[in-house]
Write a protein that binds this ligand. Structure first.
Ligand code: SF4
Length: 317
């Protein structure tokens, strides 16, 4: 290995290089190189604390501000020796990119409604073909298309006859339905069962489902983005069953299917049409439990449905 004494030319070159380096550092110190000193100190502190270097350290030095005007100093007889230049910071190796946080369910749920599947565009369900309820249920899967997935115990898809002539559509599952995974099994469900039987049917003859398949927390109303996310599955269910008539229970079912914001008090009792299927809006059984005086109106609405099917009160099948 060559030494300085053995290679005077090399020693000379080395001295020149070191002098160049010293001048460069002095210039840097005066012209923005302070950042390097700050970097070196912070880097040492951070290394001691075992912390990653902050992003700010990677910023280029700020543009140098014009120095304030200084009075011209009186000439000094002897220049004080300049403090030794700081040891140059070794260039930092390219730092690996900070790992990005995995998207939270909330972030995933921020998908704009227009990018979600629409009725007739459910993957696995061919447009123009009659899907089966099993296909639609498979497509729904362990659905996380809206925030209602976070609090549910069970997806409440629907129950009853997959070829029913009459379908009842409610709003969404309550606590009992959430636990059992079956629509309309709580107090409102018991009233609906009585209404169905009074019409001459039973629950196995009709099909029952909801606009949203997961329980809104605290039984609150479904929010528009939740209805938008879940509605395609309801529409697919209706295409699968192809009933002759639909009873829309309450304002959410009626307004969603009819795309009509008219209050349920004015919608109820009037035949409407949903994709060529007769649709009767009426009150939701939960509302009737709170307002029993309105049961008479609901019964009048259901009697119109019975008339459509040629049924008499008490007639079975
Ligand atoms: S309410 Fe419907 S869209 Fe929302 S998570 Fe449940 S099944 Fe999916």
């Amino acid at each position: 290995m060559a030494t300085v004494s053995e290679a005077p030319e090399t020693s000379q070159e080395l001295s020149e290089v070191l002098e160049d380096l010293r001048r460069h550092l002095l210039w840097q110190e005066e012209d923005g190189g302070r950042v390097l000193q700050v970097d070196a100190r912070l880097a040492a502190e951070l290394r001691g604390a075992g912390l990653p270097r902050p992003q700010a350290l990677a910023r280029p030095p700020a543009a140098k501000a014009a120095p304030p005007a200084q009075p011209v100093p009186a000439p000094q007889p002897a220049q004080a020796p300049r403090a030794p230049a700081p040891e140059p910071e070794r260039p930092m190796a390219a730092r690996p990119a900070m790992p990005r946080a995995a998207p939270s369910p909330e972030m995933l749920l921020e998908v704009p409604p227009q990018s979600r599947p629409i009725a007739g565009a459910l993957p696995g369900v061919v447009e123009g073909e009659r899907p089966t309820l099993d296909q639609i249920r498979r497509e729904l899967g362990d659905c996380r298309r809206c925030k209602l997935c976070t609090g549910r115990k069970n997806i409440v898809f629907g129950s009853g006859n997959p070829r029913a002539e009459l379908v009842f559509v409610g709003e969404g599952p309550g606590a009992d339905e959430d636990v059992q995974g079956v629509p309309f099994v709580g107090a409102a469900g018991q009233l609906l069962t009585k209404m169905i039987e009074a019409m001459g049917y039973n629950r196995d003859l009709v099909y029952i489902c909801n606009v949203v398949k997961c329980r809104p927390p605290g039984n609150r109303n479904p929010e528009p983005d939740e209805v938008t996310a879940c509605e395609p599955f309801l529409r697919a269910q209706l295409r699968a069953v192809q009933p002759k008539a639909i009873v829309a229970l309450g304002k959410f079912a009626a307004q969603t299917l009819l795309r009509d914001t008219t209050p349920i008090t004015r919608l109820r009792g009037q035949w409407r049409e949903y994709e060529g299927i007769k649709l009767m809006p009426t009150f939701h059984p939960a509302y009737l439990l709170r307002q029993p005086a309105e049961k008479k109106k609901a019964w009048e609405d259901l009697q119109q449905v019975m008339k459509f099917f040629g049924k008499q009160p008490g007639q079975r099948g």
